[in-house]
Design a binder for this molecule. Structure first.
Ligand code: FAD
Length: 438
């Protein structure tokens, strides 16, 4: 066994690479094990919501990403079917005044791993961790260059993503929600009709679908379509790209936005259901990012949660000589924030994406209440779990349970309300991908 480290991080994604950078620069001896020698497009998150961008700023990493690979998407446009219901300036109208950040995911990973190495972390690429043994010290075994190597560490961090094995090796018992939504994503080039600084989110409750377009500059757009997790419906590979575009148009995305679109990466579909661990710390092993909690990508909170985990764990480790206590402090903070996001996701999915007469009736009653008082919609996805906690009273207001059942239709939008929706939710009869798309 060689080389004792303070921290060994398994995985060099947003979570692992950021933690390595922000602890190595404070003198902590860090080893990062990353199995990929070169990152490729695996269809992951590329919109860091405003509260996540504020967390990144706290870590001192926002400007780094902006200078190397990220751009700001200042505007956030919401549509309910074909009706625009919001046009929000995320640079001024969010608690951190930090606009949505967007980047090509592989480039973001390269940037952060490089800066971790520059800060003094040892970064080993092309090596796969194969087991850990928790304890004091903990040990990590990995396939190095052709032979198994073992290193000892004071603290092991599982940052190995949504299919985390560290979870299992560390003896954590993951929980999983039942399937409700699936999300398909692909990168497009040539989408010059979409404003370069505007993220577009379209929700279509009638179909139980949504679509998100995240421009990255120069006509590149990361696009997602979310649909119910029923049957075997899935979109995968080049041949399904026209169907992906049809689905986005059906949801309510304007057809002309896809004029000239060419896919520039793989199209893949994922099950959206959350998988998470309660108390993601035990016996010198902590889980962060997707390994601790894979939140439903349909609501785009995973990157922000990962950055929040890094901030919580860094602060706990730097403030405590007793890293067992630091691990427990981190886990308690993680659980609080994730619980708020998880609950809010569940409410939004139930309210906006459930289909059927009961769900329609609920929307007909409550949407006018929300139109009159937009702050009935919890702002957790934009403002984060600290600024907009998911309390029981927040849930009751969102679902209109705080007013008598007959109230709703009669409510008029307040003078200050930004929109008076919904008016109509309709679906084009025969959506076709526009000419020039692939
Ligand atoms: C379709 C889709 C859309 C999404 N959209 C959004 C969005 O718009 N906004 C948002 O905030 N989030 C979104 N997310 C979620 C977001 O991508 C994740 O939350 C985030 O990437 C998690 O980062 P991570 O570092 O925890 O894990 P990952 O990015 O998965 O990194 C894990 C790293 O560990 C490495 N690794 C794994 N196993 C080993 C091993 N045994 N040894 C060594 N290395 C290993 C992997 O190679 C990888 O580099 C989306 C996710 C999906 C699937």
């Amino acid at each position: 066994m060689t080389n004792a480290y303070d921290i060994v991080t398994i995985g060099g994604g947003l979570a692992g690479a950021s933690l390595a950078k922000v602890t190595a620069e404070r003198g902590v001896r860090v080893l990062v094990l990353e199995r990929e020698t070169r990152f490729k497009d695996c269809v992951r998150g590329e919109a860091l919501f405003p509260w996540g961008a504020a967390e990144l700023e706290t870590l001192g990493l926002r400007r780094l990403l902006l200078s190397k690979c990220a751009t700001e998407n200042r505007w956030w446009d919401d549509f309910l079917g074909h009706d625009q219901i919001g046009h929000r300036d995320t640079a001024t109208d969010t608690p951190g005044r930090t606009a949505t950040l967007t980047f090509y995911h592989p480039e973001m990973q390269e940037t952060l791993l490089r800066s971790a190495a520059e800060a003094g972390a040892e970064v080993r690429r092309g090596v796969r961790a194969t087991s850990i043994s928790p304890g004091h010290p903990a040990k990590v075994t990995f396939d190095g260059t052709g032979r198994a190597e073992i290193v000892a560490a004071r603290f092991v961090v599982g940052a190995d993503g949504r299919s985390s094995l560290v979870r299992r090796w560390g003896g954590f018992a993951p929980r999983r929600d039942p399937p409700r939504l699936r999300i398909a994503g692909v990168l497009f080039e040539g989408m010059t009709s979409l404003a370069h600084d505007t993220t577009l989110m379209v929700i279509n409750p009638e179909l139980g679908q949504s679509s998100i377009l995240v421009p990255q500059g120069g006509g590149r757009v990361r696009a997602y379509v979310v649909f119910p997790s029923r049957g075997d419906r899935t979109l995968r590979g080049q041949r399904d790209v026209p169907r992906f575009i049809e689905d986005a148009i059906c949801t309510g995305v304007r057809q002309e936005l896809f004029e000239g679109a060419r896919s520039a990466g793989p199209l893949a579909t994922f099950e959206g259901a959350d998988t998470w661990v309660e108390q993601p710390y035990r016996d010198s092993v902590a889980l962060i990012g997707d390994a601790a909690a894979t939140s439903d990508p349909s609501w785009g909170q995973g990157l922000s949660l990962a950055v929040r985990d890094v901030r919580l764990l860094r602060d706990a480790l730097l403030a405590n000589d007793d890293w067992d206590r630091a691990g427990r402090t981190y886990a308690a903070g993680h659980d609080r924030g994730y619980a708020a996001i998880h609950a809010t996701e569940d409410w939004y999915t139930t309210f906006f994406l459930e289909t059927g007469p009961a769900a329609d009736a609920r929307r007909m009653r409550v949407l006018p209440l929300i139109a009159a008082e937009p702050d009935r919609m919890p702002d957790t996805f934009m403002a984060g779990p600290e600024a907009a906690p998911a309390s029981e009273s927040a849930r009751r207001r969102f679902f209109g349970e705080d007013v008598p059942a007959e109230t709703g239709r009669a409510v008029q939008p307040s003078a200050g309300a930004k929109s008076s929706w919904p008016h109509r939710l309709r679906r084009p009869d025969h959506p076709q991908p526009p000419r020039g798309t692939i």
